[in-house]
Design a protein around this ligand. Structure first.
Ligand SMILES: Nc1ncnc2c1ncn2[C@@H]1O[C@H](COP(=O)(O)OP(=O)(O)OP(=O)(O)O)[C@@H](O)[C@H]1O
Ligand SMILES: [Mg+2]
Length: 262
């Protein structure tokens, strides 16, 4: 049973302390939402789960499928079945979409001891994934994310998700900057991949808005603030936040910290 477990995670970037003891568990087939004010550490948590080299784990562990991956490199995590759709996908001028997707797909196959995918099979899986995510066919000849609009980049991330079939996917603000139709396309894409994989796909969705959570419904909601999970609940929490904002959660924490500092 692939399961992501984060235990008492403390993370620094340089000498800045960003995460200060995060505990989080995402079981296989579960959908979790991670919310919280700007700068609270959500992307940092996602990046450290994927093994970003500039982040230093000073305490705690990341376990996946029972295996301690705290020190594993990003490639290894990806081969184990972890996937992340980035908040700011990067462009790779000079590498076409086709070339990139085929390289990634074959790297995964090689790690499972499989032969490279045939051109015919590759065309078929890519065509299906493009149809699912409504990425136009001609994009396959363009350089990855180069000159793509914000929404196009986000759809390209979901296309990669559909191809890689990970067992745990983190979507970091994949909904931001999407128009209403693109949001629906992205959500349908994620739901289709999830349905196809049944209980084997766990999802961690980082977002600021409830609209994506109406389309991809979480069972658990976690609020991160100042590098700690400060509130947890079910889907009803999302509506409360939309109505009341974060102040009722963050103000008592700020007050307690101010008192502690003196
Ligand atoms: N490499 C780094 N060096 C220094 N500070 C960093 C680094 N990475 C992140 N931070 C800081 O850590 C804090 C948390 O950043 P992070 O991107 O995780 O926030 P977030 O919760 O994803 O916010 P948003 O909702 O705006 O995306 C911010 O203050 C950010 O400036
Ligand atoms: Mg972020």
């Amino acid at each position: 049973m692939p399961e992501l477990e984060i235990r008492n995670l403390h993370v620094n970037a340089g000498d800045k302390v960003i995460l200060r003891g995060v505990d989080l568990k995402v079981g296989s087939g579960e959908i979790h939402a991670l919310m919280g004010p700007n700068g609270s550490g959500k992307s940092t948590l996602a990046n450290v789960i994927m093994g970003h080299p500039n982040l230093e784990v000073t305490d705690g562990q990341v376990l996946f499928d029972g295996q301690d991956i705290t020190e594993a490199d990003t490639d290894e995590r990806s081969r184990l079945g972890l996937f992340m759709a980035f908040q700011y996908p990067v462009a790779i001028p000079g590498v076409t979409v086709t070339k990139y997707l085929r390289t990634v797909l074959n790297a995964h196959r090689a790690s499972r001891g499989e032969e490279p995918i045939s051109l015919r099979d590759f065309r078929k899986v890519v065509t299906d994934a493009m149809a699912l995510t409504k990425v136009p066919e001609e994009f396959s000849r363009r350089y990855l994310n180069d000159g793509f609009s914000g929404g196009e980049k986000k759809r390209m991330e979901i296309l990669q998700l559909a191809l890689q079939k990970p067992s745990l996917a983190i979507l970091d603000e994949t909904d931001s900057g999407l128009d209403i139709d693109a949001l629906r396309t992205v959500s349908e894409g994620v739901n289709t991949v999830a349905a196809a994989q049944g209980a084997s796909l766990g999802l961690l969705i980082i977002t600021h808005y409830q609209r994506i959570l109406h389309l991809i419904q979480p069972s658990h909601v976690h609020i991160l603030y100042r590098g700690r999970i400060v509130k947890e609940g079910g889907p009803e929490l999302v509506g409360v936040l939309e109505e009341k904002g974060y102040g009722w959660i963050t103000e008592p924490i700020d007050a307690a910290e101010a008192a502690a500092v003196g």
